[in-house]
Write a protein that binds this ligand. Structure first.
Ligand code: DX5
Ligand code: ZN
Length: 224
């Protein structure tokens, strides 16, 4: 399966966001990653449903909405209505993930479960039969431009092995510090979707995306 690249618009220039979205889409982005932060689950505030709705008409490329909020269940419908195709929620948030996942599907979006670097893989296992995406964070969520945490690599390997062994149709996504070198590392461990913010935006979007894709594809081809 070809590796997918999801540019994170958190690293785009917000004074010309529409233009940057179009640049990423024209460069071949497979989806756009949109980071929602509530200043509580993580110490930062980013975007809301109005922003998602305002860029929705610009492209048909799927919107992959990453909810870094304390109460994700309160925001499922509002982001699905704003145009989210995927809605990923943290296992560490204050909610009942089974119920939130059902609500996401009920709202017509694809559910995903996310885990932070410090959270062991076992915590998400009960939810994997119900989700379309598993997002393994390779930085502590909150900000773009942080360094990739290589100590998460064994967890990516563990997740890949588990999904394959159980034959679960769940895409394995990674997010945080993905640049050329780290794209190759995670692709080698079997990641399917690579999120990259500062590795792609704001300048040379086309070139950055192409080079990350090439590095990931080459590493994935070398697996096994
Ligand atoms: C971090 C966000 C990421 C972030 C990635 O909390 O979830 O999606 O935008 O940015 P980079 O690729 O710069 O680490
Ligand atoms: Zn993210």
């Amino acid at each position: 399966m070809a590796i997918k690249i999801a540019p994170s618009i958190l690293s785009a220039r917000f004074d010309r966001l529409g233009e940057q979205v179009k640049e990423a889409v024209d460069a071949g982005a497979d989806m756009l990653h949109i980071d929602i932060m509530d200043g509580h689950f993580v110490p930062n505030l980013t975007m809301g449903p109005a922003l998602v709705a305002s860029i929705r008409p610009l492209t048909k490329v799927p919107f992959d909405v990453h909810l870094m909020v304390t109460h994700p269940q309160d925001f499922v419908k509002i982001f699905a209505d704003a145009g989210a195709d995927d809605l990923t929620v943290h296992v560490e948030s204050d909610h009942e993930p089974h119920a939130t996942i059902r609500a996401i599907r009920g709202a017509g979006a694809k559910p995903g479960i996310v885990l932070n670097p410090a959270t062991p893989f076992e915590k998400v296992v009960p939810y994997l039969p119900e989700v379309d995406l598993l997002l393994v964070m390779t930085v502590h969520p909150g900000f773009s431009g942080q360094s990739f945490r290589a100590d998460v690599l064994p967890k990516i390997r563990e997740a890949r092995a588990y999904l394959d062994r159980e034959r679960l149709p769940v895409a394995l996504q990674v997010d945080g510090g993905i640049k050329l070198d780290t794209a190759a590392l995670v692709a080698k461990e079997g990641a399917d979707i690579l999120v990259s913010g500062s590795g792609i935006f704001p300048d040379r979007v086309r070139e950055n995306l192409r080079r990350i894709r090439e590095a990931a594809q080459a590493a994935a081809a070398g697996r096994i």
